[in-house]
Design a protein around this ligand. Structure first.
Ligand code: GLU
Length: 488
């Protein structure tokens, strides 16, 4: 449902720099960026930092960094609303001249009383300032040091209709819209004034943003029209819920892109998971390259119903993506990630090199890079037995000792300590002992790694080298011998 608008597409992403970029904000950024790139239009970045108390330069830097990490570049900006005060004040003056706003002198207590009275009479608590003050009253307010706020005079009766690209026509009866404040008593602009003015003067042709903003939209349209402008097209994207159907929050695990990144998810699966929050190409495709998304993305395919963010689905997508990576690229990415998270701090100087050698061993076993330590961390430290793994060995001490002893006998005499030779020797031994691979190999894995989940046992032994492997086998045997004596 495109409007008859043939201006080149100009969209914007307008985060408030008051924290890190949450999943919903990142999805909004992605949708806007894709819409711009799909149409060959412009993507404008605007920081809505008029809330001076909550906005921080750290948050701003973090938002720009995360956008860059996601691969989203901007064509204009970043603009900061805090640096555009002159523009807003000029527009407020124009609204005053046009009679579209009025000075409102009500105190906070008077406003509360008005709302309470409306509720008591079963009317919506819609604030309208008094506009019939006499000049004596005004002189008295001024003498008492009061300064007015400026409220928009919402035209009554009337209605404002949003022709929403996703939700269709949404009609707001003006009786339900309060005379919202456009300028605070110090003359500074409110969010609705600044956002509307910016969308107008930046020539924004389409606003794609969260559905939680829909009640702001008629106010912003009123401001733009009162300034003689043409409101953009609006597309309000659905809410994001957690798997429990409650609004997505920190409770649902990673709720910010920063956390997803720290958790070792790569940009591509993150983008795919985000784009599928409300948008779909067909029923089945879940993996797209960025170019494919640019080609296929279309606002008209965004759904009206809430989207569910499921970390498990992201894990599946991420695991698939990691497995499909070129091994050399995977190794680079893994080592870079570990470096970035400080994993090598305090470890031996050759730790990055060791990590690179383990890359082929872990590539098929993880769904996010943060699982690396769980799989391969045992290589970097002396054996620490996980309690459950040790308990598994102790459950049948005799068999465990036979398996580990049998493995040790083969490993310690192996000259050429390669994966293939280790595999041949241990396979031979398990046949001699008449055990299944699982029965025989599991105790060896626990003996050398201290845990029951790790990289493959043959590869693990080869990485440790013969000397260290033998030492670990012996230490495990000694430990089991103690429980053996204590046992039967
Ligand atoms: N600054 C607003 C927010 O972060 C966005 C407003 C908009 O997109 O118009 O929620």
């Amino acid at each position: 449902m495109d409007t008859a608008d043939d201006r080149p597409l100009r969209v914007r992403f307008a985060p408030s720099p008051t924290g890190s970029l949450h999943v919903g904000g990142a999805r909004t950024a992605l949708f806007n960026w894709l819409a711009a790139r799909h149409a060959g239009g412009a993507f404008i970045l605007r920081l809505e930092d008029t809330d001076r108390e909550r906005s921080t330069p750290e948050s701003e830097a973090e938002i720009l960094r995360v956008l860059t990490w996601m691969g989203l570049d901007w064509d204009e900006g970043p603009f900061r609303q805090s640096e555009r005060d002159d523009i807003y004040r000029e527009c407020i003056d124009r609204l005053k001249e046009a009679g579209a706003v009025y000075a409102a002198w009500e105190t906070a207590e008077e406003l509360d009383a008005m709302r309470a009275e409306a509720r008591a009479n079963k009317r919506a608590p819609v604030v309208r300032g008094r506009r019939d003050h006499t000049s004596e009253e005004i002189a008295a307010f001024e003498a008492a040091g009061r300064t007015p706020v400026w409220r928009f005079a919402v035209p009554l009766p009337g209605e404002t209709v949003i022709d929403d690209m996703i939700r269709g026509q949404v009609t707001f009866d003006h009786a339900q819209i309060e005379d919202f404040v456009v300028a605070r008593s110090d003359g500074s602009p409110t969010y609705n004034l600044a956002a509307a003015v910016d969308d107008m003067v930046m020539g924004i042709t389409r606003v794609i943003r969260g559905e939680d903003h829909i009640s702001n939209t008629p106010k912003q349209m009123l401001v733009i029209r009162a300034l003689g402008g043409e409101p953009p097209q609006y597309a309000h994207v659905p809410l994001i819920l957690g798997t429990d159907r409650k609004r997505l929050s920190k409770r649902h695990g990673a709720a910010s892109v920063e956390e997803l990144e720290a958790d070792g998810f790569l940009p591509q699966p993150v983008r795919n998971a985000l784009v599928l929050l409300g948008w779909s190409y067909d029923d089945k495709t879940t993996t797209f390259t960025l170019d494919e998304l640019v080609e296929k993305f279309d606002v008209s395919r965004i759904s009206k119903s809430p989207a569910v963010f499921d970390l498990k689905k992201l894990e599946v997508m991420s695991g698939r993506y990691l497995r499909a990576m070129d091994p050399a690229e995977f190794a680079d990415v893994l080592v870079g990630y570990l470096e970035g998270t400080g994993y090598f701090d305090g470890k031996a100087a050759d730790a990055p090199d060791l990590a690179r050698r383990t890359a082929p061993l872990v590539q098929r076993k993880m769904s996010r890079l943060s699982e690396y330590d769980r799989l391969a961390g045992w290589l970097y430290r002396p054996v620490e037995f996980e309690p459950e793994a040790l308990a598994a060995l102790q459950e049948d001490v005799k068999t465990s000792i036979q398996c580990i002893g049998g493995g040790l006998g083969r490993v310690e005499v192996l000259d050429d300590f390669t994966v293939d030779n280790i595999k041949d020797a241990l396979s031979d031994q398990l046949h001699i002992q008449g055990l299944t691979a699982r029965e025989f190999l599991e105790p060896q894995r626990i003996a050398v790694t201290g845990q029951s989940i790790s990289t493959g046992i043959y590869e693990s032994l080869a990485l440790l080298g013969r000397e260290e492997s033998v030492a670990r086998y012996r230490a495990a045997l000694a430990l089991l011998a103690e429980s053996w004596q204590g046992g039967d």
